[in-house]
Design a protein around this ligand. Structure first.
Ligand code: ANZ
Ligand code: ZN
Length: 821
């Protein structure tokens, strides 16, 4: 009887079988396979799965299923990042409870994921909006609080007037709210912070450990975000005052070139200084400050922004030469960077020069460089040179002068070496409903009181009767019964903190929670973490290159210091997949180029969509859905499936009697396939699968036929390899070949090296353009090996003689080009 390939029939056939088998349950106690942890970034439940999810999960699944085929017990969990603004805003728009809305979406996504057939371990699901999850956010918060890593302070924070909530620096994108694109302003508020800056050095330095395993682009973004500057803090006395101005400078060598001081207009210091300024200055300052508050940090720091400021008619004294310097308030100095004040060295700082030019301030050159004298050109100079006009620093170069200046300042007690980070502490409180309540009670007599352990979780009250719309204060403040509680210390009337945590808290440690997602005893099991963590392979979008990864790295380091984990980086390897576009741009309803995943799946089947995602190109690249052909994928799958149908050899025949050429093809396929997948060249892996299919087809149709055991061997490996991309088709092929499910666990055969034909080639070595030696080498020789070979050749050595080498250029496997001086 001859069956036809039908994707819908095989989907229906295998889903219930897999439900029964649970092939990806990683928690069986007697499992002796080596472990691997493959993690996909978990989704927001903001609707059904879309094409972006389909890509991300198809690619993550290739990696997970690959390691399973290699004999590993792979932990590949999924859950939902279920708290947060998107869910809340959508719920408000539809007049629904965020809770019901969220859980409905989760149910829908879950059903879609089941059909999409990723190798998820369905015994380990988590949802961050479950009290059983967020209770541990609260526990961690209190642990951080104990260690001084969670604290409250009043400061000017980023404020989105439309979402009516504060935003972390990371959530302000080019001055706009990440969520709604409104202009972000500043507002003075008392907020909770995590002290990420305590870990700034480690967060920066440990990036070196990830080199080669994380995309270079992500490492650079992390480095730039943290951005360490090294220099000095210098204290200037203020004339007619006991106060001083402390500045942070990377260039203490230029102290003699300071001709003015600037304090951030919105700093406390500016307001203090202006108190003793003349009345007209005070008025000018007040109106200036109003304007400054409208602008954001990025605008303020822009070098091309016209410089403005108010001369306070107050003066500071240069600690090195006693000179009296006028103090200005301006917006180009930021209140929360460094000390919020600078010394102005217009000769050697572009922004200071622009300010000096705008306000008619003197310029003094202190570093003589090859450029034109900045006193004349009124253009700041940088680069190396010799110190001039600088007393004891004269004649030194820049580096020496920096060291010397720091030495003098330290001696006199007017400064010391210092470093600064662009990284800020993480503002974690949000004035929104749908998040983890902050487990603190505010008591009029005891102050901040942590909620006792046995009262955790502080559960979110029902949203019924609460006005969730953004209004600047948390909706929870109006939940009278919930918010008014006795103080745990003195039992007097007190109030719960009504803010909720940033959802990035949830995702900072979820990878550990998967180990015991339902535990009521602990956040995660320390012993399980020893077995599974850190994550071996993390897969997700580059949109999370900065904040999520940084916060997860921070949490990991804190957990390390708490003695809960024995590693200090959470994600050993990272793969960022690209986006799915349509006709060159991101899909959106308004643009009219939205491709619906459900329609694609209905039309072409799950396997064809998944295969198309993997075949489209390297995973890091974007996929334009207009350029790919799921129909062609479906056609190929039918072709591969028919191979299994046409294999007629018996399972029990000794494969070594099989056709050697076909066996060689299968085993070199296994080698190439393994290499492609491990190098994340999934598209190449698919191409190899297609090649093997062609070889087997030819073998069946002409010559050896389906009865040769080599054809069966090839078809079996084909099914296993295909299971990474097209699990339904592969499972059905496995059935046609007479096996029990699941093909996913079958295990790729070990490569039989003796079957591999070794291709060789003749490589040549040249010295100064002349051919000196030839070698027969393997086509897969590495650059290193070929270089060794050439440099050890007697003929080459003789040609080089006493000459010194200028360059050795290796083009494996063909050429080594040696140049001498
Ligand atoms: C004097 C000086 C002379 C500077 C010179 C630079 C060149 P990064 O690398 O970004 O850390 N600065 C310090 N605090 C600031 C603030 N709150 N807002 C704006 N600018 C601030 O740069 C540090 C330099 O940026 C510091 O060194 C200071 O200017 C300025 F030839 O001090 B410098
Ligand atoms: Zn109290």
């Amino acid at each position: 009887m001859h069956e036809e390939y039908s994707f819908s029939a095989i989907q229906e056939r295998w889903l219930p079988v897999w439900d029964q088998l649970q092939p990806f349950d990683s928690s069986k106690p007697d499992d002796s396979r080596p472990r691997k942890y493959v993690l996909d970034m978990f989704p927001y439940p903001s609707g059904d799965l879309h094409m972006g999810h389909a890509e991300a999960y198809a690619l993550g699944d290739v990696i997970s299923r690959y390691w399973i085929q290699k004999g590993y017990n792979v932990l590949h969990p999924i859950g939902w990042d279920a708290f947060g603004l998107p869910a809340e805003n959508a719920a408000i728009k539809r007049g629904l409870d965020p809770r019901g809305w969220t859980y409905e979406n989760i149910a829908q996504q879950k059903a879609s994921m089941r059909r999409y057939a990723c190798s998820f371990d369905w015994t380990r699901v988590l949802q961050t909006c479950d009290p059983i999850y967020y209770r541990w956010n609260q526990w961690l918060f209190l642990e951080f609080y104990k260690r001084g890593l969670a604290y409250r302070k009043n400061s000017n924070v980023n404020w989105c007037p439309s979402c009516q909530t504060v935003l972390a620096n990371e959530q302000v994108v080019q001055g706009l709210c990440e969520r709604c694109d409104s202009q972000v302003t500043k507002k003075a508020l008392t907020q909770w912070y995590f002290k990420v800056t305590d870990y700034a050095d480690r967060l920066l330095d440990d990036l070196d450990k990830l080199e080669g395993n994380w995309p270079a682009k992500v490492l650079t973004m992390q480095r730039n975000w943290i951005n360490r500057s090294v220099g000095a803090n210098v204290r200037f006395a203020i004339a007619d005052s006991k106060r001083e101005i402390e500045v942070f400078t990377t260039r203490p060598d230029t102290l003699y070139g300071a001709t003015f001081m600037v304090v951030a207009a919105d700093s406390d210091l500016a307001s203090e200084l202006v108190v003793d300024s003349p009345a007209h200055v005070r008025m000018e300052f007040v109106s200036y400050l109003e304007k400054v508050k409208q602008s954001n940090d990025i605008e303020r720091l822009a070098t091309d922004r016209p410089k403005t400021g108010v001369k306070l008619e107050r003066y500071a004294i240069n600690p090195l030469n006693g000179e009296k310097l006028p103090i200005y308030a301006s917006d180009y100095v930021l209140a929360d960077y460094g000390t919020g004040a600078i010394m102005g060295v217009p000769a050697h700082d572009e922004r200071d020069m622009a300010f000096a030019n705008a306000l008619g301030i003197d310029v003094r050159m202190v570093l003589q460089t090859e450029n034109e004298n900045p006193e004349i050109s009124r253009v700041a100079t940088s680069g190396d040179g010799v110190l001039v006009n600088s007393g004891e620093l004269n004649g030194l170069n820049k580096e020496q002068a920096i060291a010397k200046a720091i030495e003098i300042l330290t001696e006199r007690g007017t400064g010391e070496a210092a470093k600064n980070f662009r990284l800020r502490d993480w503002l974690i409180s949000r004035q929104r409903y749908w998040g983890t309540p902050i487990p603190i009670i505010h008591c009029p007599s005891c102050g901040e009181v942590p909620v006792p352990q046995d009262q955790l979780p502080v559960e979110l009250p029902s949203s019924e009767g609460l006005d969730l719309s953004p209004k600047g204060t948390s909706p929870l403040g109006a939940a009278t019964e919930w918010v008014n509680v006795p103080c745990p210390k003195c039992a007097g009337p007190a109030r719960r903190d009504s803010d909720t945590m940033d959802t990035f808290v949830d995702s900072s440690w979820y990878f550990l929670r998967y180990l015991n997602p339902n535990s009521e005893e602990f956040a995660f099991d320390v012993e399980e973490a020893k077995k599974w963590a850190p994550v071996d392979q993390y897969v997700g979008g580059v949109t999370h290159a900065i904040l999520h990864l940084l916060y997860a790295r921070f949490f990991t380091k804190v957990l390390h210091d708490m003695g809960m984990v024995d590693f200090d980086e959470p994600f050993t390897k990272l793969l960022n997949q690209g986006m799915v576009l349509m006709n060159g741009s991101a899909m959106s309803k308004s643009r009219g180029n939205l491709v619906r995943l459900s329609e694609q799946l209905d039309e072409h089947g799950v396997d064809a969509i998944r295969l198309t995602m993997a075949f489209a190109g390297p995973p890091e690249d974007d996929i334009d859905w207009a350029d790919v052909s799921p129909a062609a994928s479906a056609k190929f799958l039918a072709r591969a499936w028919r191979i299994a149908q046409d294999v007629s050899s018996s399972k029990d025949v000794n494969v070594s009697t099989g056709d050697r050429t076909i066996r060689a093809a299968t085993h070199s396929f296994l080698k190439d396939f393994t290499e492609s997948i491990e190098a994340f060249k999934f598209n190449v892996g698919v191409a190899k699968v297609m090649e093997l299919t062609n070889v087997l087809r030819k073998a069946i149709d002409s010559g050896v036929g389906g009865a040769d055991p080599a054809v069966r061997e090839g078809a079996e490996e084909l099914a296993k390899a295909l299971s990474l991309f097209a699990p339904y088709t592969a499972e059905d092929m496995w059935r046609l070949l007479g096996h029990e499910p699941a093909v996913a666990l079958a295990g790729l055969r070990k490569v039989d090296e003796s079957l591999l034909v070794k291709d060789t080639i003749v490589a040549i070595a040249q010295v100064d353009g002349k051919l000196r030696d030839k070698f027969e080498v393997s086509v897969s020789i590495t650059e290193e090996e070929l270089r060794e070979l050439a440099l050890n050749s007697e003929l080459v050595k003789r040609a080089i003689g006493e000459k010194e080498l200028a360059a050795v250029i290796v083009r494996a496997p063909k050429l080594v080009n040696i140049a001498t001086k």
